[in-house]
Design a binder for this molecule. Structure first.
Ligand code: G3H
Ligand code: 13P
Ligand code: ZN
Length: 302
């Protein structure tokens, strides 16, 4: 079921919409099944890389399922980097797009995001912008300003671009290693941003927890993940803030890989993907349910 106002409802009712990336069909299925079971709205997102890997025709296969879910569900382009990439996603039937101009100087980011909003809004597609630097994928960015989102810039950005939601940098990072040393999230900056743009749903990227449980299962069963350092208990109370969309990808990759490695390590003759996918699904559903209930508080909302 498509409902493009899901973030506005989350803002009003104090919960977050989980936004899960998917990289294969098993993960897509686990997300939808768990969200329907727990009556949680959901954003299903594809990175440019994931979109390329599936291919346009195969991505369109997901749309009938997304449109027939019992809970609100939108297909979203994650970290779209160019106008062409946005246009391609909209032509394919995406309901929502992110234009990530965070590596650009403020003026250029505003210009690109404004162009995307003008195009997308005409087609009834919602737009997420980004200000500040969320490390990981953006590590090599030639970023001229502060790593954290500047609250005054946020006000100007929203006013000039007419963006529907804004990804903010408050200290989270993409990937498996969230912090080099001491974890530090700037909830003070988040509060200042909220005061400047009180009606705009905010988005938290890099929100995977990187739980030791799944890293340990992988490492016990032939894997070798050495630098994993997560957010763990840092998101308590997130649903009370204006963060309305919480982006998680790495946690699903960890859960899926843990399930597969565990099964294959003790079933040496296994060749049926349904068998090891079943074990991966157990961990996927466990992680998805945990984030819905304990981080997003988005269960039983529909
Ligand atoms: O924000 C980044 C996502 O985790 C996507 O990563 O480009 O490897 O698909 P990817
Ligand atoms: P993680 O790497 O923490 O899962 O972040 C994913 C993300 O922000 C996708 O846009
Ligand atoms: Zn991201």
């Amino acid at each position: 079921m498509i409902d493009k106002s899901i973030l506005q409802k989350a803002l009003a009712d104090e919960y977050c919409v989980p936004a899960f990336n998917f990289t294969n069909f098993q993960i897509f299925k686990a997300i939808i099944t768990t969200c329907e079971k727990l009556k949680s709205p959901v954003v299903l997102q594809l990175s440019e890389g994931a979109l390329k890997n599936f291919g346009d025709n195969f991505v369109q296969c997901f749309l009938p399922v997304i449109k027939s879910t019992s809970v609100p569900c939108v297909l979203h382009l994650d970290h779209g980097k160019s106008f062409d990439s946005i246009k391609r996603a909209i032509d394919l039937g995406f309901d929502s797009v992110m234009i990530d101009g965070s590596c650009l100087p403020l003026k250029d980011n505003i210009e690109l995001t404004k162009l995307v909003c003008e195009y997308a809004h005409k087609k009834n597609v919602i737009v997420e912008g980004e200000l500040g630097m969320i490390k990981g994928d953006d590590d090599n960015a030639n970023f001229g300003g502060s790593a954290y989102t500047n609250p005054n810039d946020a006000k100007q950005f929203v006013k000039e671009t007419k963006v529907d939601s804004l990804a903010v940098a408050m200290g989270t990072n993409h990937g498996m290693q969230k912090y080099i040393s001491e974890p530090k999230l700037r909830f003070d900056i988040l509060e200042d941003i909220q005061n400047e743009i009180p009606n705009i749903p905010l988005v938290l990227h890099g929100a995977s927890l990187i739980q030791k449980k799944y890293v340990d299962i992988i490492n016990k069963n032939g894997g070798k993940i050495e630098k994993a350092l997560g957010n763990d208990k840092m998101f308590v109370g997130l649903h009370k803030t204006h963060i309305c969309k919480v982006n998680m990808d790495t946690d699903l990759r960890l859960a899926y890989t843990a399930g597969i490695r565990e099964y294959l390590a003790s079933n040496l003759d296994a060749i049926d993907p349904r068998d090891y996918d079943k074990n991966a699904n157990k961990y996927l559903e466990e992680v998805i349910a945990d984030r819905i209930i304990n981080i997003c508080h988005s269960d039983n909302k529909y």
